[in-house]
Design a protein around this ligand. Sequence first.
Ligand SMILES: [Zn+2]
Length: 380
Amino acid sequence: MEAVKSYRIPVEAPEDLIEEYCEVKRRTLDSILSHVKISKKAHLEFSKDDRRKLRDELLKDWKYSKHYIDSVINSVIGLVKGWVMLYNRKKAECKPEITKRSVYIKNTLFSLRDGILKISIESNKRYLEVDLRKYEWIPKDFDRLGGLILTEKELIVTLKKNVEPKTDRFASFDVNLTNVTALIDGEVRRYDLKPLYHIHRAYELKRRRIQKLSKFKPKTSKRLLKKYSSREKNRAKDFLHKLTTYIARGLHHVGSGAVLEDLRNIKSRILNGSKESNRKLSKWDTRTFQFMLKYKLKWLNLPVKYVNPTNSSKTCPLCSGSMASYEGRLMKCERCNLNLDRDVVAVLNLQMRGAGFPQRALNEIIKRERLRTSIKDYVT
Ligand SMILES: [Zn+2]
């Protein structure tokens, strides 16, 4: 199995290459689009011969390394095929365009020796060198590099590593609007999500102000909304990166994998009672959290399991009876009267659905958690 991680490194990119690359990509797109035949359905008729001709044509006034042309052709073929598929499903809005100013650098165009990445710009003549050792946040324990992406400001490197995730210990995670509750090594832990909530709240207020503007200046407001939405997501991602790195490190320490909720079944619990936009965001947060935790754990050779979360906070972990809201965050079992914080109920159930644990351990945890809740109730 392969684990993958990507990092952004600030570089002074060769602007002329980026410029020429995008230009050639546009020409390639025009050329390949002219090979799309539309009768009832669209399909691409682009033979090996066509490809050779196009390649020769493009290479005529190309001074940079030849492999760039091959990657241009490959990526444009991919782009056009994707568009043809959308078109046939009547989902294509307009023809594809080259908008991103980035260069894909496949592995025939660079070498890595002693931590120094040497990217060929012009064959045997001009290189871009990047010393990966200078960036201590980039892991050293990778097996190889995947293709690189060069933009005007940065180089995106993808590290790959062979892994065989394996463990017999699992922690379970339950993501709510205000916290992530986890059961790690028999201990309940909570990670505060309020900072994340505040990020979304701040941008929601901005969005509302802009929506008022939309009547008078629809274009400006649309542009602003897009800008703020990407800023909001970047800030949220930043927060979630820190959190998942911290959690992954903790799990690495105890050699534990993770049991996560299978979000295909997410509807009821987390999202109930919140507004539409909050609902979407909360779903996005949860997915992003899971995605980040998963690939970070995979890198550490730790597996992730997904379980069905249906009724995970409404089922009694002791007797499987059904639990109902009791007081605040507390849930009470209608059969055996157990009362317990709903997030704790959820992680216990997720843990049992994913990995199970002996009854004695379960009793211990419940005893401890009940003590904790009752003390808290007493204090407040
Ligand atoms: Zn019960």
